[in-house]
Design a protein around this ligand. Structure first.
Ligand SMILES: [Zn+2]
Length: 151
């Protein structure tokens, strides 16, 4: 045990030097029995909140392979929008209304209207990963904007 640390010190690789703490889903009741990946959700929202593009990109690549977790992200973004606006405005659901939300986000938001949001989950299962990515990007923009409003 008398070894000192004179040897080469292992340099941490960039992705090991920091961690992001986003929204955890563990404490949130899951609607409809869907089981999103809470760790993945935390990674993607944490990187987005902290503006870490490389981690966000890596987490998004994993996220979009997971339709349920992507749908959950969009669902939470819709919840934020409804909380602010009282309803889903046309710019978030109508493909022809002007606005920055991606058509894919609107498609999922539209599918989630109704008594339950199950339609959103089913619709997300039908999407390709790149469509999910477009939807997730709008959802993250929404959540990041919301988080910035209430520090
Ligand atoms: Zn990062």
């Amino acid at each position: 045990m008398g070894r000192d640390k004179a040897g080469k010190q292992r340099r941490p690789r960039p992705e090991e030097t920091h961690d992001h703490h986003g929204w955890s889903l563990d404490a949130v009741p899951q609607p409809g029995g869907w089981a999103p990946d809470s760790k993945l959700f935390e990674d993607v929202t944490g990187a987005a909140f902290e503006g870490c593009v490389s981690c966000q990109d890596a987490a998004l690549t994993l996220l979009v392979e997971d339709a349920v977790t992507t749908a959950r992200l969009v669902e939470l973004a819709c919840g934020v929008i409804i909380g602010l606006e009282g309803d889903m405005p046309p710019s978030q659901v109508d493909p022809d209304a002007p606005g920055n939300s991606s058509p894919e986000f609107r498609r999922l938001a539209r599918a989630g209207l109704g008594k339950t949001t199950d339609g959103m989950y089913h619709e997300c299962e039908q999407m390709t990963p790149s469509e999910r990515r477009a939807a997730a990007n709008t959802a993250l923009d929404t959540l990041v904007g919301f988080a910035a409003m209430r520090p």
